[in-house]
Design a protein around this ligand. Structure first.
Ligand code: CP
Ligand code: NVA
Length: 297
């Protein structure tokens, strides 16, 4: 693994290796304590974060790595200095760069300019680290080839990485989005190379027969100006108990968080006994350790 900008940077075997390692790290954290002592990594954020920020920082420290958390206000990526020059300076100090950006192109520009691994911590296009944690969470409940995921909502960054990850792991996906908010053709054709993906505008059709129901916010960071319009367009796509009960009787509910309770998901579903959203959040820690061990080991 050189860079991890998109889930497409991993093939099926590499993804399965990552989640296998992640599960090993979760089961035996002591075995990996200090495994990468002496290394330093940068964790750069242009947007807010709870899970990604804290889990990547703690993952690094538990592996013996020194993490430097950098907020964009401190360095001015693309305003004070070009992404390439920032990257070329940081690689002289750091062994790996994790970056959360608005524009995916900023990640690509840094990745092209540097020789250290660049890991996407969320861009407008993808959220691959989330995808890895999500697959691990699914695998904790059911063999991946038997996993059929219904993704209901915006065809956004989380959805793109999820679809690529589930199909690479041998599962299938049905996506329900309103017209105009579909997942990109590029993501679909990549995922269909690995597994079955169906797209519909009908959320009931999507969840029927699914053993995972997944949703994400209707308005992602950076699109706040569209939130009123999106609230109207996406209202029929809310995952409430009625919709969730149309899925298989043992279906899991998943969400990358943060959730906008009452918008894309109701409290009842988020707090449902089959909701695994906090396991997903926990697995961000273990899976980021697996990513660091693979990239730097
Ligand atoms: N799921 C996720 O990436 O959460 P944060 O935005 O809080 O990091
Ligand atoms: N789609 C969301 C995910 C946040 C983790 C966003 O981009 O804001």
């Amino acid at each position: 693994m050189k860079h991890l900008l998109r889930i497409g940077d991993l093939d099926s075997a590499e993804l399965i290796d990552l989640i296998t390692l992640s599960q090993r790290v979760k089961d035996n954290p002591r075995e990996y304590a200090g495994a990468l002592v002496g290394r330093s990594i940068g964790l750069f954020f242009m947007k807010q974060s709870v899970r990604t920020w804290v889990s990547t920082d703690v993952a690094a420290i538990q592996l013996g790595i020194h993490p430097v958390v950098i907020r964009n206000e401190q360095i001015g990526l693309g305003t004070r200095e070009s992404p390439e020059d920032v990257g070329r300076v940081l690689e002289r100090y750091l062994d790996l760069l994790g970056m959360r950006v608005f524009d995916h192109e900023d990640l690509e520009r840094v990745a092209k300019a540097v020789s250290v691994p660049v890991i996407n911590l969320l861009s407008d296009a993808e959220h691959p680290c989330q995808g890895v944690a999500d697959i691990q969470t699914m695998a904790e409940h059911r063999p991946l080839p038997q996993t059929s995921v219904a993704y209901v909502g915006d065809g956004n960054n989380t959805a793109a990485s999820l679809i690529g990850a589930v199909t690479r792991a041998g599962g299938s996906v049905r996506v329900a989005s309103p017209e105009g908010y579909f997942i990109s053709d590029e993501v679909l054709s990549d995922a269909r190379h690995y597994g079955e993906v169906e797209v519909t505008t009908d959320p009931i059709e999507a969840v029927s027969g699914a053993n995972v129901v997944y949703t994400d916010v209707w308005t992602s960071m950076g699109h706040e100006a569209e939130s009123t319009e999106r609230r109207q367009v996406f209202a029929p796509y809310r995952v409430d108990l009625e919709l969730f009960e149309r899925a298989n009787s043992d279906a899991l509910f998943m969400h990358c968080l943060p959730a906008h309770r009452g918008e894309e998901v109701t409290d009842e579903v988020l707090e449902h006994p089959r909701s695994v959203v906090f396991d997903q959040a926990e697995n961000r820690l273990h899976s980021f350790k697996a990513i660091l061990l693979t990239a730097l080991g």
